[in-house]
Design a protein around this ligand. Structure first.
Ligand code: AMP
Length: 145
């Protein structure tokens, strides 16, 4: 899918938001949901998405929504850091298929990095054990402030 197009509410994240698909939920409030990536590039790979949005990507989003969303990305990233003690954290966001985007509901990736541990490839790794994701989600959730 190119940068242009209309929002499809059949996308995976819209299904998670509706409760039609399971997710290891980390944090949610009125505006955002954070949950574990099921094909993580690293242990603790977390996604943050706006709840009431039909933005497929960063370019579509209302700047006012984006301004609030990035604060929650920071909040969740701080919790990931506190819970998992990584040596670094990558925050990424892809726009359009050519750029690597595979799910067309705006989202930010938070990917912890540890010295000497290679990062997995984007959207092409193995599926994580749901039970392990639940444990990680609870560990990160406990650090949300
Ligand atoms: P992107 O390629 O930037 O659109 O990112 C989409 C991300 O969603 C990828 O990292 C996938 O591993 C992840 N993903 C796909 N399906 C699910 C799912 N059902 N639950 C959680 N994460 C998912």
């Amino acid at each position: 899918m190119s940068l242009d197009g209309t929002y499809d509410d059949g996308n995976i994240f819209a299904k998670i938001l509706r409760g039609d698909m399971p997710a290891a939920r980390v944090f949610e409030d009125e505006h955002v949901l954070a949950f574990m990536d099921v094909f993580p590039q690293a242990r603790g790979h977390t996604l943050v998405i706006p709840k009431h949005s039909t933005a497929r990507n960063l370019l579509d989003e209302d700047p006012a929504v984006l301004a609030e969303l990035i604060k929650d990305v920071q909040r969740v990233a701080r919790a990931v850091r506190a819970a998992l003690k990584p040596d670094g954290l990558v925050v990424t966001q892809f726009n359009g298929a050519l750029a690597g985007q595979t799910v067309y509901h705006l989202h930010f990736h938070i990917i912890p990095r540890w010295e000497g541990v290679p990062v997995g490839r984007h959207a092409s790794g193995g599926m994580a054990d749901p039970a392990e994701l639940k444990v990680l989600a609870a560990q990160i959730a406990a650090q949300i402030s």
